[in-house]
Design a protein around this ligand. Structure first.
Ligand SMILES: O=P(O)(O)OC[C@H]1O[C@H](OP(=O)(O)OP(=O)(O)O)[C@H](O)[C@@H]1O
Ligand SMILES: Nc1ncnc2[nH]cnc12
Length: 187
């Protein structure tokens, strides 16, 4: 596991002042350019879930637009779970639950299709990064509307200094912890 983590971390790239001035943008897209790293990413999350939820069926991976869509369906397939998307407003047909939220660099509205997850199902919410936690909290609120159980939030990266996980009322697992980011941003 440790060397897998180091391999995955080695290809991450930071872009200062993107998409707005003052934000240090964490890009995890290079992971997908190498199928071996992509496979490691999926295996690491799957191994974690197998250990963490030995006797619990994870019914659905709920992926957050857009980057949660890049690896959510692959992880769901590996875990024999379904995949359900949370999308930005106006993209999903049919009746939806909606919630407005604030993130590190702006505001948005999320939607999920009513009835896309059965009441009482066990879900994991998946995204690339937790920054302020506004996005993840909005996803959680949608899960409350759907009356499902959030077993965990899973992220690839976390901006510790923004303390986003404090907002969340469910366990948080971050595959690649990024302790050094606070320093990088201040410099
Ligand atoms: O913890 P927060 O401060 O809420 O920020 C985290 C969110 O921001 C990014 O998404 P973004 O809204 O940029 O959308 P995208 O994935 O569609 O580019 C990222 O993929 C997370 O979803
Ligand atoms: N610093 C950051 N890098 C990448 N995605 C983000 N989403 C919110 N903050 C971000």
């Amino acid at each position: 596991m440790t060397s897998n983590i180091a391999d995955l971390k080695s290809v991450l790239h930071k872009y200062p002042n993107f998409p707005v001035k003052g934000v240090l943008f964490e890009d995890f897209l290079p992971i997908f350019r190498d199928h071996r790293l992509f496979k490691k990413l999926i295996n690491c999350f799957k191994n974690h879930s197998d250990e963490q939820f030995k006797d619990i069926k994870i019914d659905y991976i709920v992926g957050i637009e857009a980057r949660g869509f890049l690896f959510g369906p692959s992880l769901a397939l590996a875990m024999n779970s379904g995949f359900v998307p949370i999308r930005k407003q106006g993209k999903l047909p049919g009746e939806c639950f909606a919630v407005e939220y604030e993130k590190e660099y702006g505001t948005d509205i999320f939607e999920i299709q009513k009835g896309s997850i059965p009441i009482g199902a066990n879900v994991i919410i998946l995204d690339d990064i937790i920054a302020t936690g506004g996005t993840a909290l909005a996803a959680f609120k949608l899960m409350e509307e759907m009356k499902v159980t959030v077993l965990e939030f899973d992220f690839v990266m976390e901006l510790d200094f923004l303390k986003g996980r404090k907002q969340l009322d469910a366990p948080v697992f971050t595959l690649l912890k990024e302790q050094e980011q606070a320093l990088a941003t201040k410099n």
